[in-house]
Design a protein around this ligand. Structure first.
Ligand SMILES: Cc1cc2nc3c(=O)[nH]c(=O)nc-3n(C[C@H](O)[C@H](O)[C@H](O)COP(=O)(O)O)c2cc1C
Length: 329
């Protein structure tokens, strides 16, 4: 049996299925949704789907595994909100590198209000690429909350000092030039921004071109970018770097879980986020970014952050249906 109905008779299987369904809303590199879920024997398994790899931009699977880590954290939040303590075994089988996690439903606890708020954030969270307006920065207490959210997931969060933002600009400019020069990478980007339907980055979620102190990824859409950028100039944007101590698949999975934790917390706090991974994909840009952090920190993703727009959230990006991404049995 491969349908939702086949999990419905058993409350644990139903909670695991719902956790996988909620996890389909996680952010992913170019909305590739590089995951597959299986509900089986009171266990939920998360697989990375190599067919969804970006071969040019992500040859080592870093961004794919980070995306799966974000989905894993979404699933954990969902299980907690249903009242089950998630018991997670990460990368449980060295012979199956694509099996990233096995999750079981542990002891039942009534979910605290903070978990329910975070859970509601799953449906409200979006990538917001519009430049921030005015001069309002992310408040220091909100930064402290975001930092704790990252640290609870075995990662760290750095707020770039305004004096260092110029180096992020150099890294972003260099990444853009290198990405555009690489014909295979440019074609890959085009492929994932021109898909109608259930995956890829829809043009209506990409802000029209506007000069910014730190350039964000150029999706190559020109006038087809369909999101009104609004009056902002991004001068007040804060740049947060999620970093880990290691730089291998185990660290990338934790980084993804931390990114989800930070982003959901930010959503609940009324903040807007858009990730910048071009500065991670291009080795020279990543090296420059790394030089701004503690010598042992490995940067995994930059999050551009600021107050959410008064104009309301940007449009939702589509997702593949659960029947394609979740198996039961
Ligand atoms: C690992 C990772 C890297 C990403 N890199 C970028 C990026 O460089 N630029 C960008 O605008 N969005 C980036 N995103 C955001 C995705 O494009 C976005 O999550 C996806 O299109 C789905 O949209 P949503 O977040 O609104 O649900 C990234 C997301 C993840 C998880």
């Amino acid at each position: 049996m491969t349908t939702k109905q086949s999990a419905a008779g058993d409350p644990v299987a139903a909670a695991l299925y719902r956790a996988a369904e909620d996890a389909l809303l996680a952010p992913s590199i170019l909305n590739t949704q590089p995951w597959h879920w299986r509900v089986h024997d009171a266990t939920l398994e998360l697989f990375v789907d190599p067919a969804r790899q970006l071969h040019a931009a992500d040859p080592h699977w870093r961004l794919m595994i980070i995306s799966c880590g974000a989905a894993l954290h979404h699933a954990r939040v969902s299980l907690r909100a249903t009242g089950y303590e998630p018991l997670v075994h990460r990368r449980p089988d060295p012979h199956q590198p694509w099996l990233l996690a096995r999750i079981q439903a542990g002891p039942v606890h009534p979910p605290p209000a903070s978990v329910l708020r975070t859970y509601q954030g799953i449906r409200r969270r979006r990538t917001d690429r519009r430049p921030f307006v005015g001069d309002v920065r992310v408040p220091a207490d909100a930064i402290a909350g975001l930092r704790s959210a990252a640290e609870a997931e075995h990662a760290s969060l750095y707020l770039l000092d305004p004096a260092d933002v110029v180096y992020l600009r150099y890294a972003a400019q260099g990444a853009q030039t290198a990405g555009a020069r690489d014909k295979v990478q440019a074609a890959e980007l085009r492929q994932w921004t021109s898909r109608a339907g259930q995956e890829g980055v829809p043009p209506e979620t990409v802000a029209g071109p506007k000069p910014r102190p730190v350039p964000t990824r150029d999706f190559g859409l020109g006038d087809e970018a369909g999101l009104e950028p609004g009056p902002g100039d991004d001068r007040s944007a804060d740049y947060l770097v999620v970093a880990t101590a290691g730089d291998d698949p185990a660290a990338w999975l934790h980084a993804g879980e931390a990114i989800s934790a930070v982003w959901l917390h930010a959503t609940v706090e009324g903040l807007a986020i858009s990730p910048m991974s071009d500065v991670i994909e291009i080795p020279g840009a990543r090296m420059l970014l790394r030089s701004l952090l503690h010598p042992t920190a490995q940067p995994q993703l930059v999050l551009r952050a600021g107050p959410a727009s008064d104009a309301g959230p940007p449009p939702e990006s589509p997702r593949r249906p659960a029947s394609e991404a979740i198996d039961v049995g």
